[in-house]
Ligand binder design. Structure first.
Ligand code: NI
Length: 447
């Protein structure tokens, strides 16, 4: 037999809905619905609904039972679900409910199979009828209406608790929404989790219709406690600042500050200075040091600096075999990629030592310099500054070493003085842009 349209049966203990396997050693993992397997995301909630005596599903002609989890829920089914839950949980208004003699709704006569449940729902104020005097029992329920039902049910049974957060939870449920309180309450109680939307935000989809399995989950969480409440922050993401327009170094007086032989113990202080002054720089890193400062190297990249390869152990490359050169380059590439997610495009040969074989084997553009501060030799901040100011021109590449604290000391004033002379700071790649740098070629000052 096919039960009348609904997943409800009456009377406790009759339990007609179990398609049992008599010789099974363990009870089945779900009540025997042929369309609710153990893998169903809501099998626990649906089984619980059966245990509560709320539903037994539809019996098919073959004698098995179906829950029809993807079917949409009707208003009369919701009435029955809530009435039976209230009865099960000893809610006095339901346990001792006597339906009226006369029908309150034109389309729910006394003879209606769910007259009692619908009348109770109306009497408690959990659901009202429509303005035209109908209840529209077969109408399907939206998710926002489910929120209203659940909220009023909880209020009626004294289980309301908190009444919704101050901040908006769902992108599509602003504070002006007619069911804002009910929907946010449902989310705060962990009864609904909503749907993931862009920007880590959530949507509730209030006008979507609710399925039977979703109803099982809502009711289960309403009675048994919810899942983890959704994050109470759905403020729109801050607008992204526009990407800074890169200077055209063919026209602008650009200079590239480069720092070799790091990372080292003074590099973070240098990064702080560069960040404060909004100056991009280029770092040529010694591969074997990268693993000791992965966070510093990562910060170089995220701060917008360019990172280049300065060999693995600062060997003079012309003294090495092809295979040794390749190893110096690739080990350093890997170390930098591990720290930043990206292998460097450029290489600076240690000591500037190179020849045509080195250029070819390295397989990257080789970046040299025209301003040699000799900061490693004199260790004098003032000489680093004066040498640079005396020799820097439009398109210059300045060689410094951030492994020396005296060099890091020089940088704030150096930046100030270069700015005063009209220089704009860029990375090496931006210094040459739009010219693309070619592997195996050496590059000095432009312009
Ligand atoms: Ni070096």
């Amino acid at each position: 037999m096919l039960l009348f349209g609904l997943a409800i049966t009456f009377g406790f203990g009759a339990a007609p809905g179990h398609a049992t396997v008599s010789d099974a050693p363990e009870p089945p993992p779900h009540p025997g619905f042929t369309d609710v397997g153990p893998a169903s995301p809501f099998s626990t909630e649906i089984s619980w609904l059966v245990d509560q005596g709320v539903t037994t599903g539809w019996q098919t002609a073959a004698g098995t039972y179906e829950f029809r989890p993807k079917n949409l829920l009707s208003r009369e089914a919701m009435a029955v679900f809530l009435y039976r839950l209230a009865t099960q949980h000893g809610v006095q208004s339901a346990v001792s409910y006597t339906p009226p003699d006369q029908a309150a709704f034109g389309d729910v006569p006394v003879s209606h199979p769910f007259f009692t449940e619908i009348s109770w729902l109306s009497a408690t104020g959990i659901a009202q009828g429509w303005g035209d005097g109908t209840f529209r029992p077969r109408e399907q329920i939206s998710r926002e209406a489910t929120a209203a039902f659940a909220y009023r049910f909880a209020a009626h049974t004294g289980a309301l608790g908190t009444t919704g957060p101050a901040s908006q939870l769902f992108q599509d449920v602003p504070k002006s929404h007619g069911f804002y309180t009910q929907i946010t309450w449902m989310a705060q109680r962990g009864i609904t989790t909503g749907y993931t939307a862009p920007h880590g935000c959530l949507k509730f989809r209030p006008r979507s219709q609710v399925t039977r399995e979703a109803t099982a989950a809502f009711l289960y969480r309403l009675i048994n406690g919810g899942v983890k409440p959704v994050s109470p922050d759905c403020s729109p993401p801050p607008p992204k600042p526009p990407a800074p327009v890169k200077p055209d170094c063919r026209k602008v007086k650009c200079v590239a500050l480069t720092f070799d032989d790091g990372p080292g113990p003074h590099t973070t202080r240098l990064l702080d200075t560069l960040a404060a002054q909004k100056v991009p720089a280029t770092f040529f890193l010694v591969g074997q040091k990268v693993g000791s400062y992965p966070g510093v190297v990562k910060r170089m990249a995220t701060d917008g600096h360019e990172i280049g390869n300065h060999s693995w152990d600062h060997s003079s490359l012309p003294h090495l075999s092809d295979a040794q050169i390749r190893s110096q380059v690739s080990r350093t590439d890997t170390a930098i990629k591990n720290a930043t997610g990206r292998a460097p495009a450029l290489l600076r040969p240690p000591y500037g030592n190179r020849n045509t074989r080195v250029d070819r084997v390295v397989g990257k553009p080789l970046i040299l310099w025209d301003v040699d501060t000799r900061d490693w030799e004199h260790l004098s901040p003032s000489r680093t500054i004066s040498t640079t100011l005396a020799t820097a021109r439009k398109g210059s590449i300045v060689l410094m070493h951030d492994v020396h604290p005296t060099t890091v000391d020089a940088v704030p004033k150096l930046i100030k003085e270069l700015r005063a002379k009209g220089f704009t700071f860029v990375t090496v790649t931006d210094l040459f842009a739009p010219t693309k740098l070619n592997p195996g070629r050496a590059y000095y000052r432009t312009g």
